[in-house]
Design a protein around this ligand. Structure first.
Ligand SMILES: CC(C)(COP(=O)(O)OP(=O)(O)OC[C@H]1O[C@@H](n2cnc3c(N)ncnc32)[C@H](O)[C@@H]1OP(=O)(O)O)[C@@H](O)C(=O)NCCC(=O)NCCS
Length: 164
């Protein structure tokens, strides 16, 4: 498939697209909720097909010092199973953050496996520094809707990965 990626600051994307991404994160049970405000401040790598349609995205964001987060991987249902997540978006995120330490939490076991293939190792929250945990909680889950969704996600089973 003819596919390219673009790497953009949320603030540079069209407001309609940012609203759509926020809506997807609200509805999709496996994703953390991202408000429009959070998305405007973050970075998104978008996968775009030959007809200029957006197939999916992954988000990366600064946490603290040299630590960055890689999250919110999503591929629209009609494009799934074509390795857009595994062979395009995850590697694009890892390449973008190649000199950084990366934290990622996942709900999908297969995605956890893919991360391990890219050099991530599974970790536990209590092995991470308080600074990182506090920053992630404040910046990413500091509003009630995000926090409630995080609570639901953690009941589903979250796995945590780092690449240092
Ligand atoms: C998870 C998700 C991003 C995978 O995207 P994708 O581009 O379809 O995945 P890929 O084609 O790169 O495949 C990755 C693996 O997931 C499997 N997979 C996941 N969803 C699939 C689907 N709907 N159809 C077929 N395979 C699927 C693939 O078989 C592949 O497994 P493999 O490593 O054994 O080959 C996508 O299903 C999605 O957006 N899900 C909802 C949001 C979500 O769960 N995000 C991840 C949070 S951790």
């Amino acid at each position: 498939m003819n596919m390219r990626v673009i790497n953009s600051k949320g603030a540079n994307l069209k407001p309609d697209l940012i609203r759509k991404i926020s809506e997807v994160t609200s509805q999709e049970s496996s994703l953390s909720y991202r408000s429009v405000e959070i998305l405007k401040k973050t970075n998104l790598i978008l996968a775009i097909d030959g007809k200029e349609k957006i197939c999916g995205w992954i988000e990366y964001y600064k946490i603290w010092k040299n630590w960055w987060g890689l999250s919110t991987l999503f591929v629209f249902p009609r494009y799934r199973g074509q390795k857009i997540g595994k062979a395009i978006l995850i590697p694009a995120g890892v390449k973008t953050l190649k000199d950084k330490k990366i934290f990622s939490s996942v709900t999908d076991k297969k995605i956890g496996q893919v991360l391990q293939n890219y050099g991530f190792r599974e970790t536990k929250l209590n092995e991470l520094s308080t600074g990182i945990l506090l920053k992630v909680m404040l910046v990413r889950y500091g509003n009630l809707k995000s926090f409630i969704k995080l609570f639901k996600l953690s009941k589903k089973g979250l796995q945590y990965f780092v690449k240092c």
